[in-house]
Design a protein around this ligand. Structure first.
Ligand code: S3P
Length: 448
């Protein structure tokens, strides 16, 4: 759905000690892929633990528009009756992906090698984001695109009637671009090869293999070489979506900066392509431990225990870790505000083209709350004010960006004065139960 309705300001007041168990919702990346791959399989895929945030619900609607039968059975249980690779019908209406870059880019990929034409749009945030990074490789398959200036949505893609396979080196570290090319390659005879110089989240590779596609991954001098054999028959799956490490980041970071806190966040995937934040927090001296380490569905999983950590130090975050924590820099910057000394975050140009320009959005909000922030095109740094030193009291713009809104709500929990965002509505895109979950732990959030 485009837009998030009338803006509703949201404030976070200094919290009581945060305690208890924080059961965060299903992983957003895996939820999108479950619906999309389910729609491309033959037969019924059953999904439990689906994230029912706006982003994923928009993808569910889109899959229905392409002819798949998507049913919500309640309680996070969904089923998708797929139409098979190459079986997508041409939607009658414009596909509205709301706020979701993952939704629109992956769906563009999976329709681009079928002989159908589809028009995509989104909210003001999504319609400002670059799509050429996806439409450029899709053009190599033979798809044609007409969009707005700068490769922006709304945009129509005319799928290639006779697609030919592609060998593509992804020029930016982006799992969305990688995944769009792989999904396009599904409906192409022969082998599609995608090479990424830096490893990004690998859910598409793992799930394509799970659905029965022939896919190999090899490390070479060029990078990670992913080879997909086209035109498989994807077999329906039963998928239990793991909890989202990117959502877990919020209760974890809130506990670290709120005096007296001790929070358990159970069942969080520690897939190395996603877990960079947790190692960074440990490097800063956070009291964050991984309990009950185990394997689930071939992925490492742990219960995270986060306790108030007044002794954290600012660090230089290793740039090579950026892809594994790209969505977590906003909330890391909040933690850095409560650490002693400077935290330097480099190699993070991609933050400028997320749901908002996240370096700019965070820098403005942090400054409004008494912090000193420096920034360049590819880096930014925050001067920590120590465990009891963050004044707060500022109002920040959330720029239609869920992670900006949630990060500033976390900041308010440990700051001396309340922190306000002009609009809390975007939070429902990825973490619809954020408010009751955080309030249940001891947070003091107010609206209006
Ligand atoms: C995602 C990839 C990342 C990430 C986004 C989810 C995915 O985006 O920021 O939240 O599910 O593939 P990029 O591909 O733009 O890095």
């Amino acid at each position: 759905m485009s837009g998030h309705g009338t803006p509703i300001p949201m404030s976070s007041h200094r919290a009581d000690p945060l305690t208890g168990v924080a059961e965060v919702p299903g992983d957003k990346s895996i939820s999108h892929r479950s619906l999309i791959l389910g729609a491309m399989a033959v037969g019924e895929t059953k999904i439990s633990g689906l994230l029912e945030g706006d982003d994923v619900l928009d993808t569910a609607k889109a899959m229905q528009a392409f002819g798949a039968e998507v049913v919500n059975h309640g309680g996070g249980n969904w089923s998708v009756h797929g139409v098979g690779v190459g079986g997508f019908a041409e939607p009658e209406q414009v596909i509205d992906c709301g706020n979701s870059g993952t939704g629109v880019r992956l769906i563009m990929g999976c329709m681009a090698t079928s002989p159908i034409s589809v028009t995509f749009t989104g909210d003001a945030s999504l319609n400002g984001r670059p799509m050429a990074r996806v439409t450029d490789p899709l053009a190599l398959f033979g798809a044609k695109t007409v969009g707005r200036k700068g490769g922006r949505l709304p945009m129509t893609i005319v799928g290639a009637p006779e697609p030919t396979p592609v060998r593509y080196v992804v020029p930016v570290p982006s799992a969305q671009v990688k995944s769009a090319v792989l999904l396009a390659g599904l409906n192409v005879p022969g082998q599609t090869v995608v090479i990424e110089k830096e490893a990004t989240r690998d859910h598409s590779e793992r799930m394509l293999a799970g659905f029965g596609a022939e896919i190999t991954v090899e490390d070479s001098d060029e990078g990670r070489v992913i080879t997909l054999t086209g035109q498989p028959e994807l077999k329906p799956q039963e998928i239990a979506v793991p909890r989202d490490p990117s959502s877990a980041a919020f209760p974890v970071c809130a506990a670290l900066i709120t005096p007296g806190s001790d929070v358990l966040v159970p069942g969080i995937g520690l897939n190395p392509t996603r877990a960079g934040l947790f190692y960074t927090l440990q490097d800063m001296g956070a009291d964050l431990t991984f309990e009950n380490m185990r394997e689930e569905g071939g992925e490492p999983v742990a219960d995270l225990r986060a306790k108030y950590s007044p002794d954290m130090k600012g660090i230089a975050v290793p740039p090579e870790r950026a892809a594994s924590m790209i969505d977590e820099y906003p909330v890391l910057a909040v933690v850095a505000s409560f650490a002693t000394g400077k935290t330097m975050m480099a190699g993070v140009k991609e933050l400028r083209v997320k749901e908002s320009d996240r370096i700019d959005a965070m820098a403005r909000g942090l400054r409004a709350n008494g912090l000193t922030v420096d920034e360049g095109e590819d880096w930014w740094s925050v001067e920590g004010l120590g465990p009891d030193g963050v004044p707060g009291g500022g109002t920040c713009e959330s720029f239609l960006d869920h992670r900006i809104a949630m990060s500033f709500m976390v900041m308010g929990m440990g700051a001396k004065n309340p922190v306000t965002v002009d609009d809390g509505n975007p939070i429902t895109t990825s973490f619809p139960i954020f408010e009751p979950l955080m309030t249940g732990l001891g947070a003091k959030l107010s609206k209006g």
